[in-house]
Design a protein around this ligand. Sequence first.
Ligand code: ZN
Length: 484
Amino acid sequence: MKKFIAFLLGICSVLAVFAFTGCKKKTENSPIFYDIAVRYDEDGRALSGTARIDYKNTTGNELTDLKFNLYGNAFREGVNTPPVGEAYAAKAYYDGFSYGGMKVESVTGCSAWAQGGEDENILTVNLQTPLYPDDSASVTVTYSLSLANINHRTGVTANAVNLGNFYPQLCAYSDGGFIESPYYPFGDPFVSEIADYNVVLDVPEGWTAAASGSLTGETTAAGRKKCSYTLKKARDFAAVISDSFEVCEGEVGGVKVYYYHTGDEHAAEYLAAAEQSLEYFSQTFGEYVYPTLSVVSTGFYCGGMEYPALTMINDSMNFDNTVYTIVHENAHQWWYAMVGSDQLNDPWQDEGLAEYSTLMFFETHPDYGFTRTGLIGSATRAYRNFFSIQSQLNGKADTSMTRNLSTYSSDYEYTNVTYNKGMILFDTLRKSLGDKAFTSALKKYYGKNLYKIASRDDICACFISSGTDVEGFFAAFLEGRIVI
Ligand SMILES: [Zn+2]
């Protein structure tokens, strides 16, 4: 996600097809498979359909139930944890408060199911028989998702419908249990595992869908259009649909790159920024594994939001902020989509690295006018201001970076601790190691953790061979002991 940054405004948080051209993508099946078919009802402002989930138990433990996140229910009236903080509420609810919600209608392939959790955000499915390690189960969820009028990951915006987190998503499994988390307003409260997807989106005829996957088929009948997609080795699937999209497209190394917009005079330049950053990150960190990358200009409360092979970009930003956000969200294809991390407890890991990768891109593309000195200077000034204000208000500032999203009290705090301090962390590390060792460590981080959920120890380990006291360095930053 891109919360917009201090040097410009102080703010908030792209895809592919290749499959027919004989690419070298890994094609083995993931342990999780989603087969989703949903229909969008424009008049009812709702999505409805089914999601079949085939699940192979790779946890090493016997399971008696499966748990799914119902992120769409965070938009209902009366929610305990609102989906947007005070700072962005007016931008999000562009037409006054509006509500939606996700409701499970039925589940088959199980003995019982219940919608519950801390904030009505979890679907628990009791399996018919215990699922032993390496065994598989299949359940089908029939559900509906009503959409709020909101510039957010899931909602109806002025020109498009954002379909992030639009289906029941299996909770990631860690330390003997499924990870359950409310939909916090600060950060991206998502941790998910790699899966394969077949998705059919049924939209009104004449509408255009931007989606995370490769389009494998399209049929029209009775005023409707069905678009079929496939996506492999991804930790989520998202789409944005609209009756007024225009699209421009290009190609980088066999990856189709799309820029969806509604009459954007800078469309060609934004597509170029998407292509350039895709090329730079591929060469610098490692291969982009998806066949397409879709950058979608749409209503959004902050800068933008990343999903595998698709990013949502706020359509009301100026040129510089839009380019910056496109590059930042593209960096998330490496640091979130391909190399996952614990975004609930270590958001610095993907956000700090996405910010720093963005800086690295602009260093090599000086025509955009962003410099390393300027970006680090802005981040440092903003962070010091934050520290000063927090200290004066509260007597102290909590600058620890390894803490749960629930501990943040504002977007201001989250942005400074995660983005700005994260950027400073990686720049300080680079100065200590030298450019070559720093970039080499990031390549290693990508190579060793592709498709995994990398821990903070995993990223630390990739820098250790440099001989510097990297563990001490990370600890000082992450625990909040470093003075900046
Ligand atoms: Zn981000």
